[in-house]
Design a binder for this molecule. Structure first.
Ligand SMILES: Nc1ncnc2c1ncn2[C@@H]1O[C@H](COP(=O)(O)OP(=O)(O)O)[C@@H](O)[C@H]1O
Ligand SMILES: Nc1ccn([C@@H]2O[C@H](COP(=O)(O)OP(=O)(O)O)[C@@H](O)[C@H]2O)c(=O)n1
Length: 210
């Protein structure tokens, strides 16, 4: 079974995707880490993220980089959303993601274009939402715990700028696939968001049984 989980920053898609992977004993890929890894390499080299050729050259990295805790930092997220708009970067990373989705037994992937581009034939597709104020609160708490001094207002402004870039880019913009089920986590606890997600997957599965 392939499960696609998409949504904007801090909507809770990663939390839900990890829980679904545990529940169904499936491997999980956080595809945002791939774009964050490219961003990290450019930041380390002092390269311009707007330079498509430099960004495409940075796509050839070892999986070990995906475990680097610096990928979670705010600067990597911001630069990831700049490099992810380059068609050459998306093209360089697509096969890795499709291969992961196609593995025997299935997989859970979360990101921005899983239901639309990476696994359009997924068995279950979720589109996770939450208001921007709530998402900024969650991301601010996370960054603060990790030692960041960024203000809530700054986190909210960055998140809105990222949403705008991700939804308006020409290449694989963030949008809900027509057959995806929306899940608004704004007023749900983590536990209840996960139970709703499992119910959605079960509904999608039974709808597919001939
Ligand atoms: N339903 C929820 N209620 C409250 N906090 C949540 C909820 N879902 C996720 N979180 C918290 O919000 C933060 C961002 O969640 P995450 O799943 O990483 O989002 P995303 O993958 O969409 O960026 C994490 O600290 C997570 O624990
Ligand atoms: N499948 C994906 C995943 C991430 N991305 C890009 O990578 C950036 C970082 O993604 P992420 O999922 O790690 O970010 P968060 O939602 O965790 O903040 C996003 O803002 C997108 O621009 C993408 O374009 N396509």
């Amino acid at each position: 079974m392939i499960i696609a989980v998409d949504g904007p920053a801090a909507s809770g898609k990663g939390t839900i995707a990890r829980a679904l992977a545990r529940h169904y004993a499936l491997p999980h890929l956080d595809t945002g880490l791939l774009y964050r890894a490219v961003a990290r390499r450019l930041l380390d080299d002092g390269s311009d993220p707007a330079d498509q050729d430099a960004a495409a050259a940075a796509c050839d990295f070892d999986d070990a980089l995906l475990g680097d805790p610096r990928l979670k930092a705010d600067d990597a997220g911001k630069v990831a959303s700049i490099v992810s708009a380059h068609p050459a970067v998306r093209a360089a990373l697509i096969e890795r993601q499709k291969r992961f989705a196609r593995q025997d037994g299935g997989a859970v992937l979360d990101g921005r274009d899983i239901g639309t581009v990476i696994a359009p034939d997924a068995d279950a597709k979720l589109f996770v939402r939450a208001t921007s104020a709530i998402r900024a609160r969650r991301r601010h708490d996370e960054l603060r715990k990790a030692g960041s001094a960024l203000s809530y207002d700054r986190v909210l402004a960055d998140l809105k700028a990222r949403d705008l870039r991700d939804t308006t880019r020409a290449a694989a913009p963030l949008r809900q696939a027509p057959d995806a089920v929306a899940l608004d986590t704004s007023f749900l606890s983590v536990e209840s968001a996960i139970s709703h997600a499992i119910e959605i997957v079960e509904r999608c599965r039974s709808a597919k049984i001939p």
